[in-house]
Write a protein that binds this ligand. Sequence first.
Ligand code: MG
Length: 498
Amino acid sequence: MQVKNKDVKRLLEKYREIALLGQVNSVLSWDLNVNLPPAAAEDRAAQSAFLTKLVTQRWLDPDFKFLFEKAKVQTKLTLEEKATLRNLEHSAKYYFRVPPELIIKFSEETSRAFMIWQRAKKENRFKDFLPSLKKIIKLNQLIAQHLGYQDNPYDALLDLYEPGLTTRSCQRLFSTLIPELITLLKQTKSNPKFQIKSDLINADLIYPQPDQEKLARFLLHKLNYNFSAGRQDLSSHPFTTVLGSSDVRVTNRYQPNNFIDSLTVALHEGGHALYEQGIKAEYALTPLAGGVSLGIHESQSRFWENQIGRSREFIHILTPILHAFYPAQLSQVGEDTLFTLFNQVAPGPIRVEADEVSYNLHIALRFELEEALINNRLKPQDLPAAWRAKMKKYLGIVPSTDREGVLQDVHWSYGSFGYFPTYTLGNLYAAQFTATLNRELKLTELVGNADFGTILSWLRTNIHQHGSLYWPAELLQKVTSQAFSPKFFLQYLQKKYR
Ligand code: MG
């Protein structure tokens, strides 16, 4: 990237160290999730907290702040220089406004909470996690106060994950989605095309872990994920992480009696990873590196997982692959059955296993509970009951354990409040991008021919290469020639499931 402005150039030199420390922290966090022995939790918490302290010191370096203020008022900046400053301002806000002691305390607390949550979930004991959860909510409330907001402290937290997102805009979005989704869910539940009683998954048939692992790897290769700049490992909660511009890693997990879960996880995490691998190399270690927001990031994973991965054409090309990988288990199973299996609509307690129709209802529930917790309208100890009540209202079911209810997600143990709505945005953005892709390319034909390279190069040209150059609303407008709207997602669901 061509930077002519001297102040921006010096700022970028200083930022480079912040970005490098961030990558080192990603190595620690990847290791925490993939390899860490249980007794090492305190060691890792101290290491991460120390790195966070170094990052905070660099953000708060008076020289850095001085340069930033000087660069900000300059005119005649290029598009990239302006975007650099805008992104710096958005990230710096956290460090400029939240006291360093609070940032460090938050890092220590969440590192510890992750291990506590893991055990509490395993043992189905919400009360073991409750003290950590209370602390994390309190810390988030403090952080929100320091960050500042107009209407609702939850706005300050939402903005950390999706720039500009507010409680009010989420409420507006969910008030459109919820009734439509509940109606469609009721209709689809009784449509035999999307219902199947089958012993192929979650019964006695075993799909050995090495086979699942190999198939996940095979699909990542097909999608053009670059293994020489990445790897696939095992973790309890699948994720994608960037340890360097040429080190984008994914994880997966394998349920012995379910071949679909790890397959769709591979497509999902593969989508995140392809985004990161497609960003202009020259943006590495600058504020333009990385996907622009969690919502846009999730659009790339949901695109491959759902728009492509659960389509008729994809299941068509997948069928012989499944027969080859699981001859004993699936060789007698035809394309129609597989299509129904991949697209079953059945409301269940677990978000990550949810079908496309009910998924966003899981998010609506979390959004409403988080907003109530941050505003003290809901006490943390009342959370399991509130969770069950909302599940009943939106999905018509009640989880039988907290493990399948309030303890299922890792996010709160990480300290992330305001994160969940970006999943819904991702689904909606993905549908809007796909509508454009359909207009510009023969998408179904490309999928039918397993021509993923052409699809990927469209994504690279239009979305990936830009990294964080354009903000979400801008990118969406630029790529789709329309403002963000939930109508594309609702139309997609109506077309597929009605
Ligand atoms: Mg994701």
